[in-house]
Write a protein that binds this ligand. Sequence first.
Ligand code: C2O
Ligand code: CU
Ligand code: CU
Length: 511
Amino acid sequence: MWTRRNMLQALAATAPDLVLRLTAAPDTVRIRPGGETAVLRYTGQVLRGRADALRPSASYLGPTLELRRGERVRIEFRNRLADPSIIHWHGMIVPEAADGHPRFAVGPGDGYVYDFTVENPAGTYLYHPHPHGLTGAQVYRGLAGLLIVREAQERAWGLPGPEHELSLVIQDRRLAGDNRLEFKRMMMDDMNGVLGDTVLVNGVAAAAFRVSPRPWRLRLVNASNARIYKLAWSDDRPMRVIGTGNGLLSAAEGIQTRPYVVLAPFERIELLEDFGARRPGSEVALVSREFAGPGMMDGMMGRGGSSGGMMGGMMGGGMGGMMGRGMEGMMRGMMGPGQGEALTVARFDVGTQARTAGEELRLPPAPRSPREGHELHTRLAFRHMRGFLDGRRFEMEAVADDERLPLDEGTVWTFANDGGPMSMAHPMHIHGVRFRVLERSGGDAPADLREGLVDAGFKDTFLIFPGERVRLSVVPTEPGLFMYHCHNLEHEDGGMMRNCRFEARSPAGRT
Ligand code: C2O
Ligand code: CU
Ligand code: CU
């Protein structure tokens, strides 16, 4: 159960402030009326320290971990699944041995001990399994949870307190008539990623929240395998963004106002939403608006995107007008619900009590930006139903020379997405760091999504459209073997993932 290396690490670490246990095991829950649904689920216990460090969830999601910046945490993971697994703390900057890289996956009945200090600033993070080839299936069946980092200053910054915040973990699922979860039903799923037709929020269908008429802090989290959401208010009020993936925006960036926000898999966004600006007793919905879709299927169907429609090209010549609406409908049926469909995410009922004004928001100052002395390039391609990073696919231990980043120094990491006919949008993610998006150029972020991209602040996951080039500024601070990959979980499991190594420059000066 304990590897020798694990044991030594545990002994070497100074006494943690908090010791938690998370167990992954099969369970059944009620997702919607009708039969119970078989799921996989994390459950947790506080073994030492604050009892409020774990908040159990009402459905299949794991308990929410409430950590404080600076806290020393030990987490004991127990695998009670029938397959190997390991937990990754998405967005968290932790030592190599605590990152949950797939090479640390443990078998059924085994466990793994994580030790880390919470370095990340206040924000909304996630944890999820990361065994190679099985991540998509395990997340889909229920293994994921929220990890919230809090800081003492948050109140002083004027943010609504924990009693006036809501977290919405958004996922899409296919539920069969008997409420069984259906995973990978269609041939296109390896390409598009698994898309569902039912939106679940915090593990329940048709989610509804009662809110008092005052400002609320909303943490919106996309924990879907592949679906991109275009989130908006049904009454068209603008979205006021105060934080992106990896912490709050800075005072210099200020609140970013958008007509809608685009949230790719495993991205998070924080909003400051004043429900007091609405009529008491009114109802408003958080919806995902229709878009023409940078997804594979839509490209193939010739609906938007830059590809002009592969299927149109393939079938257009010989079959002429046969590729009409009926045919398209049939193809859609075969392929399942598409990317970019209009969906209702959650309903909010505004209370009738007197309106309360919020405090003035004072976002934290921006940290100094680094000088970037190093450059790195990664070309994304999708061929033969598989994703490639610079023509390579994942190998458990392999790291190429051009996948090494100097420690404690700035690197400009440029990602370029092929513009070919099979090209699609990919949510790219890097472990062990938070980065800034410096520039987005070329390609064509679809006109109906562009306004909702929030590239401000620090991020750990970003969406890159066909033909686009995105430049990031990153400063690794933890030495060791980490990874970068597409966070469309089917692309990730298909090998659109690579290791990267963060290391001190050798005295000879590696470039
Ligand atoms: Cu959220 Cu490598 O993952
Ligand atoms: Cu991650
Ligand atoms: Cu991808």
